[in-house]
Structures are given as C-alpha cells and as structure tokens.
Design a protein around this ligand. Structure first.
Ligand SMILES: Nc1ncnc2c1ncn2[C@@H]1O[C@H](COP(=O)(O)OP(=O)(O)O)[C@@H](O)[C@H]1O
Ligand SMILES: [Mg+2]
Length: 366
C-alpha cells in the first residue's frame, strides 16, 4: 500500500488535522484520521501572531518548534490509531500553519510555520513541505492548491461543477466538461469573520450549525457594501487571508456596522459567504450545474441552505462523493507529497497563475 500522511492547521486555527491516505493510480482512500486540539497557549499564540502581524524572533522561533512538536504528536497518535508504524508511511505532506500571506506586489511571499525538520526527526518519516513558495516565486499566488484534488475527486458525469472549500477562507474550483484545466481562486471569507464575531459575542469557538446567524435579520445595505469591496471585483488569479478579511475590515463599514445588532451582523456575515459564492458562479461564462461543499463550513446547515438559495444550484457536501468534508484538505497535502516523492511536476497555472509546471514542495529525507 502507498500510505502518505496529510497534515495541516488551517486559517481557522481550530486544530491540527492529520490523516493517513492510500494512493494508487486511480484510487484515493482516507484510511484513518485524527483531529487534535492545540495544547496550552499554542492556539492563542498562533492567533495573536496572525492577528497582530508582528512577532519577536524568539516568539516566532519558539512557536515554530512548539507547533512541530504538536504536529509530531498528532502523527504518532494517528499511527497508533491506524495500527500502522512509521515504516508503513512513505511521506508526510505537511502544510504547516500560515501566519502571513502576501501574494501581490514585488515582494510577494507567504510564511508557514511548524518546523518540518523537527517533524521528520521526531516521527522518523520523510516530510514534504513548503508547497507554496516556489509557485509564488514563479509569479503565482501560491494558493489555492485545492483545485488539483477537487478535479480528481469530484469530476462526475463531466458536469460543470463548482467545488467550494469552506475553511477560514472560501476557495472555489470550477471543474467539468468546460474546464479541461480547473480554474480556482479564493473567493473571500468563509468562517474567519463569523468565528471571530461569534467568539466576541457568544464566547464559543463557532456558531454551531449557524443557529445564531439563523435567528437574525440580514442587513441588505451592509451586505451590498461588503460585496462592493474591491477584492470581490478583482479578476482571478487571486488569493487572500486574514491579513485582509479581519475585524478591522468589518469595522470599516462605519455607519451600517454601528447601527446593526451583533446578531444581525452574524446573519449578514453568513449571507456574505453565500452571496459572494453566487456572484463568483454567475461571473463564469459557462453554466454551472452543481455545487459541492466541504471544509468546516459544510457542517453549518444554515450556510449550506443560503448557498443553495443565493446560487439556485443543487448543493451537496463532499460526503455524497464518499469523502468526509472535514478531511479533503488533508487528502490534498498527502496527494502533493505523493506527487513530489514521485518527482511529478504539476501545472498550477490555471489557478495560481504561476508561469510553468513545477515540482511542488521540498523534501526532508528521514
Ligand atoms: N458544526 C459546525 N457548525 C458551524 N460551523 C462549523 C461546525 N463545524 C466546523 N465549523 C466551522 O468550520 C471551521 C473549521 O473549518 P476548517 O475546514 O477546519 O477550516 P481551516 O481549514 O481554515 O482550519 C470552524 O472554525 C467553524 O467555523
Ligand atoms: Mg481546520
């Protein structure tokens, strides 16, 4: 069996995802998965680095090492759970934690932490990491990378399909007959603003099933103003992150923001996700026949309901294709490791915008 591990912590900073994936030419199977919460202050340290966009070198170095230790623990726990040993795993595809992403201008760069060297040393398994930097150096956005796996897993009956990952940020891939090469880009915020707003007012990690949002009223003027933001008008390729879509962005809609109740803001933010998705789909020159959603937001029934309502297109979760919505991203990074270990170049240009096919990721041999 060709076993690889996909390992990441996404922009939501909700925890570490680790999964064993088995690959052969035509079949990709999720063998075992393990979700691990951050211990002690790691979560708040990561959040504060991302939020403040400033950090001492000591704090950066310590967090890089500490995160690698927690990644290693997640991998070792996963192996136990799967009843596998390190010898069974060809490589770990480790995305790390993005703490900074700046895809535009002359000094475009992206920073993921969680030392891959420490991870390789502590697990005894070869690690592939650094999936975004070479793409960016070749003129790409370094994101999204998901269209590769979306095309592989969700092409069915060649229907033109929009595949949407609802993580902290929402990214979309268009696949099917009209898309020989998948198109893809970051749409904008999915859960990042919703989570932050929810935490301030409800003191819980997320708005379970969108219940709080469902109780409120959408502020249509505020929604319209948000949708008029420049990012939503920009042509792709494009990518974004919490450097842009954060509380300051929300507060910049003075006037409307100030006179709207906290609950109604939550409703409006949830509508924003669905409305921006519908807008993206309408901008396509081809008719899109179905929508597949995944990522944590696929567990938010209200969000799914709104996506279907705004787009007027049948919407299902990746579960209907046999893939648990919470584990598609881990499959992606395991797949990238599989491609890199087999020295297969990948052409990401139709979604990241990079100039040529490249070997994606760096290898740290065990
Ligand atoms: N039951 C649920 N109800 C509503 N939202 C949920 C639920 N489960 C997960 N989520 C949302 O999904 C987010 C995590 O999604 P995830 O795909 O892990 O994002 P990322 O890749 O950015 O880490 C949570 O922060 C939360 O906002
Ligand atoms: Mg996550």
């Amino acid at each position: 069996m060709n076993y690889y591990i996909g390992l990441l912590s996404g922009t939501s900073v909700d925890g570490i995802d680790a999964a064993v994936i088995s690959f052969d030419e035509n079949y990709i199977e999720l063998v075992c998965s393990h979700e691990q919460k951050f211990s002690g202050k790691l979560k708040s340290n990561l959040q504060s680095i991302i939020k403040s966009q400033s950090v001492s070198l000591k704090q950066l170095s310590d967090t890089d090492a500490k995160l690698a230790d927690e990644f290693s623990l997640a991998v070792n726990t996963l192996l136990e759970k799967a009843n596998l040993s390190k010898k069974d795993i060809i490589a770990i595809g480790s995305h790390g934690q993005t703490i900074y992403h700046q895809p535009d201008g002359n000094l475009r760069n992206t920073i993921q932490i969680g030392s891959p060297h420490r991870l390789a040393a502590q697990t005894g398994i070869t690690v592939v990491n650094n999936f975004r930097n070479f793409d960016m150096a070749l003129g790409g956005q370094g994101a999204p990378l998901a269209p590769l796996i979306h095309q592989k897993l969700f092409t069915q009956n060649n229907k033109n399909t929009a595949v949407i990952n609802l993580g902290g940020i929402a990214n979309i891939s268009f696949i099917g007959t009209s898309y020989k090469q998948p198109i893809g880009y970051d749409i904008g915020p999915a859960n990042c603003l919703i989570d932050e707003w929810n935490f301030i007012h409800q003191k819980t990690e997320f708005d379970e099933n969108g219940l709080w949002a469902k109780n409120g009223q959408v502020n249509k003027t505020l929604l319209e103003k948000m949708l008029n933001d420049n990012y939503f008008q920009q042509p792709y390729p494009k990518s974004t992150g919490r450097e842009y879509f954060n509380l300051n962005w929300l507060k910049s809609f003075e006037g409307e923001f100030d006179k709207t109740s906290a609950g109604d803001i939550q409703t409006t933010l949830t509508h924003l996700v669905a409305a921006s998705i519908a807008k993206s789909i309408q901008q396509q020159p081809h008719t899109i026949e179905s929508i597949v959603i995944m990522g944590g937001g696929a567990n938010n029934g209200y969000m799914q309901e709104l996506i279907e309502q705004y787009s007027n297109i049948p919407t299902s979760t990746s579960q209907q294709y046999g893939y648990d919505p919470d584990w598609v991203e881990a499959i992606l990074f395991a797949y990238l490791a599989y491609k890199r270990i087999n020295n297969q170049k990948l052409n990401l240009s139709s979604f990241t915008g990079s100039s040529k096919a490249l070997l994606v990721g760096d290898i740290i041999h065990k």
